[in-house]
Each structure stands twice: as structure tokens, then as C-alpha cells.
Design a protein around this ligand. Structure first.
Ligand code: AVI
Length: 312
């Protein structure tokens, strides 16, 4: 049984029902995510981009931290739009570094390896396609210098808090004394702003969630009727948890794969995604319990987003 089918069946047979948001990103999902990022209401991308555009020199200096050569590893590099500002600055400063983007998508890595050296002359790039920690180890076969790890875009927010804490611990254990991490984290802010970002007026986020049902129909021979489910976003300003659900609009039975059936009650939710928001002190706390030292905070002009520097 393929991993996608296995995890879908596990999630939909569990109580409460849930699906993994990592499966949002098929071709249609990638496109919808681009549309979300370009939407009026979705602020995290613009905020982090502002940090990378306006504070590039300080970022480069902080990451270099007085050391000569290093390997810049980016977890979940995507199209590297933000990090490319930093790469350009480091190349212009004649810093001796390798860029090692890691991504789960083969296409993403191929594109980066093809496009970035054309855009940034002199860039030394080697992509790695696979799981973060496995690939982080693999980079050591190419170069075993000091590591600077980028984990941007508030991807850490897509883990429940306990998982994010575990992730930070594992990351610290994979690194050594002079290594450093730059992690992008979306901050708690007025609940209205957060809610709007995950419920955009053009309906891209709604479609992004429903698209996972379409993907299951295509890839797992499921027979979801999309009209029977409604996107329901929520944000709790007390604990910073922003969650999305799909609500079953009626009692229904859905086939998945050749022989499995899942029953839904009327109004039963499927938990789809968490986009956790943190306070600055909560991010410092997470760093410390993992064995990092939080040493610097880069904010956008609205103080909505944080790029935090954690030393080992
Ligand atoms: C990729 N990730 C950080 C996005 C977020 O904000 O949680 C995914 C997303 N989901 C809905 N809108 C954007």
C-alpha cells in the first residue's frame, strides 16, 4: 500500500478525523499556494520578504558570524525567492560558502540547480531531494564545514507545538557547536488579521483545503463529492493556534481505494492543518529547551513576523 493511502486511511479512521497538510502540495495545490501567497490577506510571505530585502547585509553578517567558510543548508527551499537575496549578498561579499537546498520535490531541486547559478553568478549550489534530516546528513558527504541552516516561511508553524519542540531538539542534535540556525516564525497578532489570512476573500485557501479531496479522488480512487464539504478556518488568540477543518455537510459514506469506506456524520470535522502563531518569548523558550541560544531577532516593520537566529 502506498504511503499516501496508508496515512489517509489512518487519519480518516482516527478520532477525530484528520489529514496531513503535507499532502496539500500536488500540482494544483502548488498553484493554489502561489495564489494564496499573492492574495491581499495572506501577509507572512510579504513580511518575511521585507526582512530579506531590507536587512540583507545584517542577515549575511550575522550568519557569517566571523567565520570563513560554511555550508548554507535550506530546509524546504521551495523557489528560494527569499533566500536568493541573502545568496546574492553573500556572493557579493565574496564569502566562501556552498548553498545546499533541501526539498521533498524533485522538480523544485532541479529548477533551483538550473536557474540559480544563471541568476547569481559564482554561486556554488548542490541540491538534495528528500527528507530534511536524512538530507542534512547527506550534505556532509559533499562538504563538512560549519553549517548555517535556514528554515523559513513559518513552515515550523505547520507542526503542532509539541512536534515543533521535538523538531527543534532533533535539529540541535544534528548540528555542532559553531553552527547556527535562522528560523522564520509567524507571530501572534490581532486575531482579525490572522483569520483573514486563512480565509481569503477570493477563496484560494478554501480551494487549497478542498483540493486534497480532489487529489484523493484522482490518486486514491476515492469518490468524495466536494460539494458535501465546507472549509472552516479558526483562530484561538489565547494559544495562537490557527486551524483549518473541512466539515461534512451531511451524513455520508465515501469510498477510498478499492475496498475502504469512511463514514461521516453530519457536521463532522476533518482537521486539515495547523498554522501555529507564537509570541517572541515562546520562540526563545522553544530554542532554549532544544539546547539552542536565541541570539538575534529580525522583524518586519509591522512586527508581524520573526526571523530568529539560534546559536548552538
Ligand atoms: C506553508 N505554510 C507555512 C502555510 C501556512 O501559513 O501555514 C500554508 C498555508 N495554509 C493555508 N494558507 C497557507
Amino acid at each position: 500500500m502506498n504511503k499516501f493511502l496508508k496515512e489517509v486511511l489512518e487519519g480518516l479512521n482516527a478520532e477525530p478525523k484528520h489529514l496531513h497538510s503535507k499532502y496539500f502540495y500536488d500540482e494544483a495545490g502548488d498553484k493554489l499556494f502561489q495564489q494564496i501567497m499573492a492574495s491581499e490577506e495572506y501577509y507572512p510571505t510579504d513580511c518575511e520578504m521585507e526582512i530579506f530585502e531590507n536587512q540583507t547585509e545584517q542577515l549575511a553578517k550575522t550568519l557569517k558570524n566571523g567565520f570563513d567558510g560554511f555550508d548554507l543548508v535550506e530546509l524546504g527551499a521551495g523557489d528560494a525567492t527569499k533566500s536568493s537575496h541573502l545568496l546574492r549578498q553573500l556572493v557579493a561579499d565574496k564569502v566562501d560558502f556552498n548553498y545546499f537546498p533541501i526539498d521533498i520535490s524533485t522538480n523544485t531541486i532541479k529548477n533551483l540547480e538550473y536557474n540559480l547559478p544563471k541568476e547569481i553568478e559564482g554561486l556554488k549550489i548542490q541540491g538534495f531531494n528528500g527528507e530534511y534530516f536524512e538530507m542534512l546528513e547527506k550534505t556532509r558527504q559533499f562538504s563538512n564545514r560549519r553549517k548555517v541552516v535556514l528554515f523559513l516561511g513559518s513552515n515550523i508553524g505547520n507542526m503542532p507545538v509539541s512536534e515543533a519542540w521535538e523538531f527543534a531538539k532533533t535539529l540541535r542534535q544534528s548540528l555542532s557547536k559553531t553552527d547556527l540556525v535562522l528560523v522564520g516564525i509567524d507571530l501572534k497578532k490581532h486575531p482579525r488579521v490572522v483569520r483573514a489570512a486563512y480565509n481569503d476573500s477570493k477563496g484560494f485557501t478554501k480551494d487549497f483545503n478542498l483540493n486534497l479531496l480532489r487529489r484523493m479522488n484522482k490518486e486514491l480512487e476515492a469518490n468524495f463529492n466536494i460539494d458535501n464539504f465546507e472549509h472552516y478556518p479558526s483562530y484561538d488568540p489565547l494559544n495562537g493556534s490557527c486551524k483549518s477543518y473541512l466539515i461534512s455537510l451531511k451524513k455520508q459514506k465515501v469510498r477510498i481505494g478499492e475496498a475502504d469506506f469512511i463514514e461521516f456524520e453530519e457536521n463532522e470535522p476533518i482537521f486539515m492543518e495547523i498554522s501555529q502563531k507564537y509570541s517572541v518569548s515562546e520562540t526563545d523558550e522553544m530554542a532554549k529547551q532544544a539546547g539552542f541560544k536565541p541570539v538575534k531577532h529580525f522583524f518586519d516593520s509591522k512586527n508581524w513576523f520573526l526571523d530568529a537566529v539560534w546559536e548552538c
